[in-house]
Design a protein around this ligand. Structure first.
Ligand code: ZN
Ligand code: ZN
Length: 519
């Protein structure tokens, strides 16, 4: 959902400088027609999914994993429907105009909030009607869970379920984006704008970039958006209602792990989710506002060793600088696309609307394919990091695996790199497998950002048994990182070139004064 919300907001920001291209349903009536039809379609879709799930559970033909598959597909279908509906509303009706005419544009963020409300409304209605299916699946699992003495939580109520979806799926990304949109509206107020220009002009003059004076509000907005995202951990703390993890064995073990990896952070937080989410996360770029989050489900159902494994994966993301590299990916991909389109615009004299559509399409394509690829490499690298931390732990407590390369077949010489401990790798992959099982993620389901759990588990164990796999993988990730930095460099050089070109062309197009003098 997070990805969809970003797109939804992107569309709304875009629509600010955009005339709805093809209005198929004019006026408020048209918008209402779209809103109600998407609502109806959502309800029909969810009803069908519910029926299939109940039927599958009653007949008992399908294993519970397949029933969960139906549930996941149902959710995905509902999200796609909401996305299509929102696109229709923005691009093919006068919904944005209607909202703006009624509310005005300068009530910080309010008009954008109302514009995106149908999206939230469809999703929440969908979840409302999906709840019985969620409950039925959880009920059918309780017996199995008790049979293997698992921690069992009371199944959440519909209100808790909806509150969870809203908080965890929508607010998490929605709140920071909404703040940015609100700031954007405030910056559009003439009085505020003139203050921005007063501050911005000397700065641009200092960098010899006076040509871009007209873009000062956009630049200020970009800076503020950056600050909001840097402060996001504080927002997350509030939205997720977290508390510090109590002192005890687990906390001590995790603090040791963090020290071993050299990770600095502010606090380890307990993340309450009714036992539904079994996961950990590290949020925050800087140690003073960096938090490690462990969900209640994770702490209840995994062994301390497994929790350390999951924790190690998250530390891996931080220590291997995955977030900065993904930021580089974002800047370089957007920059390269933007610059390429600018060149095309200069060359072919495209109109601004076409240009914006090309940019949007290209960004979506690049993100879907390239971002997925990079993200999956990073996830695998974080997996190996987690397994490595556990291996170091096994160095201390001892390893009982006969064919462990790290602890038994020590004659393997490996260019400074020690192989993973087989015990560590297996413990790590058991943690992955367990987390997936408890999160109701089918083991072979492919994930755009993570890859399938089955592949990840197999890969970690394979990396421990076959050192060549590990080395090949490290080389591949190194190439990915170099390629990203190279792309950033190209973007920077091209960008400077483009600025020079624009400066030059504006200087050229200034009509020479002498020609028009009356003789
Ligand atoms: Zn990860
Ligand atoms: Zn070992």
């Amino acid at each position: 959902v997070q990805f969809l919300i970003i797109i939804a907001f992107g569309m709304i920001m875009l629509v600010d400088q955009f005339e709805s291209p093809i209005v198929i349903a004019p006026g408020l009536a048209g918008a209402v027609a779209v809103i109600t039809s998407v609502l109806a379609l959502t309800m029909i879709w969810i009803r069908g999914i519910r029926k299939r799930i109940f039927h599958a559970l009653e007949s008992g033909h399908l294993p519970i994993g397949s029933v969960q598959n139906i549930y996941v597909r149902g959710q995905n279908g509902m999200k796609i429907l909401a996305m299509v509906g929102q696109s229709l509303l923005i691009f093919c009706t006068q919904w944005p105009d209607v909202v703006r005419q009624t509310l005005g544009t300068h009530i910080a963020g309010l008009d954008e909030l109302v514009m995106i409300l149908p999206f939230v409304f469809w999703l929440m209605t969908g979840y409302f009607f999906l709840y019985p299916a969620d409950r039925a699946i959880r009920e059918s699992m309780i017996g199995q869970m008790l049979a293997i003495s698992e921690a069992v939580h009371p199944i959440w109520s519909r209100r808790q379920f909806l509150d969870f979806q809203l908080r965890f799926q929508l607010l998490l990304i929605g709140a920071p984006l909404m703040l940015i949109v609100a700031v954007k509206d405030i910056f559009d107020i003439p009085a505020v704008e003139s203050i921005l220009f007063k501050i911005g002009k000397p700065i641009l003059t200092f960098f010899h970039m006076e040509k871009f004076n007209s873009m000062i509000p956009e630049m200020a907005l970009a800076c503020l958006a950056g600050i909001i995202f840097l402060l996001a951990p504080i927002l997350i703390k509030i939205i997720w209602k977290t508390q510090p993890l109590p002192k005890g064995q687990l906390r001590e073990a995790l603090e040791r792990s963090a020290k071993l990896a050299g990770l600095k952070y502010k606090d380890i937080l307990l993340w309450p989710t009714h036992g539904v989410i079994v996961n950990a996360a590290v949020v925050g770029f800087f140690a003073p506002i960096r938090y490690i989050l462990l969900s209640d489900g994770l702490i209840e159902s995994l062994t301390d060793g497994q929790i350390q494994g999951v924790f190690g994966h998250e530390i891996g993301h931080v220590k291997l600088h995955h977030l900065p590299y993904l930021l580089v990916f974002a800047i370089a991909s957007m920059g390269l696309i933007g610059l390429a389109v600018m060149e095309a615009q200069i060359f072919f004299h495209l109109d601004p609307n076409t240009t914006q559509l090309i940019i949007l399409g290209a960004i979506m394509l690049v993100w879907f394919f390239a971002f997925g690829f990079v993200s999956r490499r990073f996830e695998a690298q974080a997996d190996l990091f987690g397994a490595k931390l556990l291996s170091e732990d096994f160095d201390l407590v001892g390893c009982s695996y006969e064919n462990c390369q790290r602890h038994r077949t020590a004659q393997v010489t490996l260019m400074g790199n020690r192989p993973l401990c087989l015990g560590g790798a297996e413990l790590f992959s058991s943690a992955l497998d367990r987390t997936a099982g408890l999160n109701a993620i089918p083991r072979k389901a492919n994930s755009w950002r993570h890859g399938s759990i089955f592949n990840r588990c197999t890969f970690v164990v394979q990396a421990a048994t076959d050192f060549a796999t590990l080395k090949d993988f490290y080389r591949q990730v190194r190439y990915v990182k170099i390629a990203l930095l190279f792309a950033l460099l190209v973007t920077a050089i091209w960008g400077v070139g483009m600025i020079a070109k624009l400066n030059h062309s504006t200087a050229d197009s200034r009509p020479p004064i002498t020609i028009n003098l009356p003789s």
